[in-house]
Structures are given as C-alpha cells and as structure tokens.
Design a protein around this ligand. Sequence first.
Ligand SMILES: [Ca+2]
Length: 487
Amino acid sequence: MDAPVTCTLLLLVGLVMLGVEGREGAFHPDSSKSEGAQKRPSRSSDSKAGRCSYTFIVPQQKLKGVLCVSTESARANSSETAALRTLLVRQQEQLDLLHRRLEQEGSLASEVRVLRRESSSMNARITQLYAQLLNEILHKQEQAKEQRRLEGLLLNATSQLLQMSKNYRDLERKYEALASTVSNQSQIMTHLEEHCQLCDIAKAQQDAASSAVNASASSPEPKPMVSYIQRDQSATQNQEETLQEVQEFFTPSSDLPTEAPFISYPVTKTPGPWQDCQHVLDSGENTSGIYLLRPRQSNRLLQAWCEHGRALGGWTVIQRRQDGSVNFFRNWEQYKQGFGNLDGEYWLGLEHLYWLTSQATYKLRVVMEDWQGRQVFAEYDSFRVEPESDWYRLRLGNYQGNAGDSLSWHSNKAFTTLDRDKDAYSGNCAHYQKGGWWYHMCAHSNLNGVWYRGGHYRSRYQDGVYWAEFHGGSYSLKKVMMMIKAI
Ligand SMILES: [Ca+2]
C-alpha cells in the first residue's frame, strides 16, 4: 500500500484510543500491513487469546462509488460505544457526586470552624460572665453585710433616741415641778411681804396711839432706836391681831389714823390756830413745839411741830426722821393726810402742804445729820406743792447750802406711793425705795425710805433714808428734817 493510506490508519487508531481510553488495554497493530484494506483480521484467533479485537475502517483512495460496510460489525461497535458512554456518564456522575460531597464537606468544615470559633468566643464570654457573676455575688454579700451593720447602728440610734426622749420627758416633768415650786414660793413671798407691810402699818398705828397717850401725859420719852427690819421681825409675833387692826385701818368708815392723833394732841402752847409757824413766832411764841394751824382759805385744822431753834426760827416741820420708829412705807391716802408722831417721826401730809404753800411763798430747808454727828443743810428759795388733781407735783426754787443739791432733779415731778405710780420708771419706784416721794426714775434723794441703823446699809434696793449728794445712795442718814417758812 502507499503512504496516504498509512496516515489515515494512524488517525483512526488515535481516535479509538481517545474514545476507549485505553480500557481495552494496549492494542497491537497488526503487522500484516501488507494485507488489503478490505481484509479483516481473524476474530477467531483473538477470541481464543482473550484479547480485544479491532476493526479498521480505511477509506479507499479515490473511492467514488457506494461504500459498502459490513452492518454486523458496525452494530457491535456501536453497542460497545454506548456501553462505554454509559459507563463514562456514570463515572462522570460519580465524579460530580464526589465533587459535590467534597464541596459539602468543605462547607461543613468551614461551618465547623466557624462554630468552633463561636464556641470558643462563647466560652470566653461565659467565663467573663461567670467572673462578673462571682464579683456581683461577692459585692452583694458585702452590701448585705454593710446593710446589716447599718441596721444595727440604726437600731442603736433608735434605742438611744428613745432613751433621750424618755430623759427629756423626765426633765420636763422635773422642770414643771420646779416651776410650780418657784411659783408657789413666789406667791408665799408676795403674801409674806404683804403681811409684813400690814403688820408694819398696824405697828405704826399702835405707835401713834401710844405716842398720843405719852403726849397727853406730857412726859415724852425718847423712843428706842429700833430699825425697820427689827420692827418687822417683832411685828410677826401678833400677826392675827395686827391684821385685824389693819383691816379696820383700811376700812373707809374707820377714822383716819393720822387725823385722830393730830386732833387729839393737846396744843402745847397757846391755842391758835395760826396760819403757820412763822405766824406763831410773830405772835411771840418762840418755843419750839406742837401748834395748831389753819391755813388761810382753808377750814382744815392741823397740828405741826414749829421749830424756832434753828435758822432764826419760824419753821413749820413737814417731815422728820430720827429713830426709825415710824414706818414710812404707806399708801396714797396716808401720805395725803399725814402720819406719825408730832414730837418724833412724822409726815405732815400732802394735802396740808398744798394748803400751807398756797397761802404764801415758802422756802424749804432740809437739815440732815449723819452717824458721825455731822450736820448739813440744803435750802431752796421756793417750795410749793400742786393740788391732788396734779398729784401734788413738786415746784422747787433755787438751791443753796452745804449738803449738795439732790432734790432739784425731782422738781416738777408728781408724788408716787406704793399704790399710785406716777413716776417715769417702768415699775413703781415707791415699791423699790419703800416710801412715797416725788420720784423721777427713780431718785437722787428719798427721805421717806427705810431708816437703817449705822449709815451704810445692805439691801437689794436703794431704799434707805438718803441724800445722794451727801454720803451717796447707800448711806442711810441718822436724822433728817424738812421744814418750810414763808418768805
Ligand atoms: Ca412708774
């Protein structure tokens, strides 16, 4: 055969190799190339050897007529090809399946890795949460412990508060008891003070009566030097008796105690009556003593001590202190009418002063003596007392003397007693200074105070017989006399 036929045969062999994929094993080209294309190798010999048989279709060169092919052998090759194709498809399917499984397994592996990562992160998170939970539990335990401690403190504070409240209530009860006691004591003290005052008044009344008896017997005896305090103590011995006397003393229907002794006094000199002691002196009576007077334009008869032994005489004594025998802590009515003993301590009376000083121009002379016997005086060139409607207001002239001026401060001031407060002080000066006076707020002088023995005295108040310019306010003078004379 020629060269083109050989090339075609090689091509066919290549095609078969590709389609069968060597499944049939290696083929062995028949060495009998010399045989014609229409000839086939004997199959009988191949089948006997168990080998695959091959059919070579070699187109004839310059074949132009009908091609005749053996149908039996072609049918057999197509069936094998179909089988091979089926096998190939199945294997392809298996391969695809394997690919899919492989892909699935890969995705599963990635999912597993993701899950593992998530799991590890979840574990870390759980560990963190667990740690937080433990921390919270510990914190809660500490809080509970602190809360229990605070509850304990609160209970202690509550118990202490209850105890303090109980103590406070006890203190309140004690305070109320003390306040009640103090109130009762104050009431008792007030009652005792009033009682003492009444006793003094009764004692003074008794003194006045005894003085009247002594005067009628014309045998005046010097009274014992008894201090105000001492008389208070002695007066408490006959309290019921003196109280009864005091009640009678204060009843309006009873006779005025200051009027009766004055009127019952026998006139020691000529009968009179005179307008004042200057009138007595002018009438030739130059002996000091008790005289009956009747101011002009007045129907009032009064008795007074006329002092003719001092400063040229003619002086009408309106006040005298010398031994503390008379209580000067008196009410308005008594200061108005006068009280005391004409030959001892007495107060002439504001109403008498008004009538006397209304009939002429009078001057005032105050004579004082201390406990060393030193005598001084203060004189005012005019002295007048307004009527009761003006509270016996004091009108005073110019001062002269050697005692010092302790009365001008009281000029133009109303008179104040323990029961009629006309002073400028918020309280009653007569209460504090134990006597009626022309108080301002309160006084530079008070000759109607308590007669203390010995000069300097100790008292809660400035209540002695004092003249501030002469020994000061805490010195109670031994002898004092106020007297007036017409100019
Ligand atoms: Ca007052």
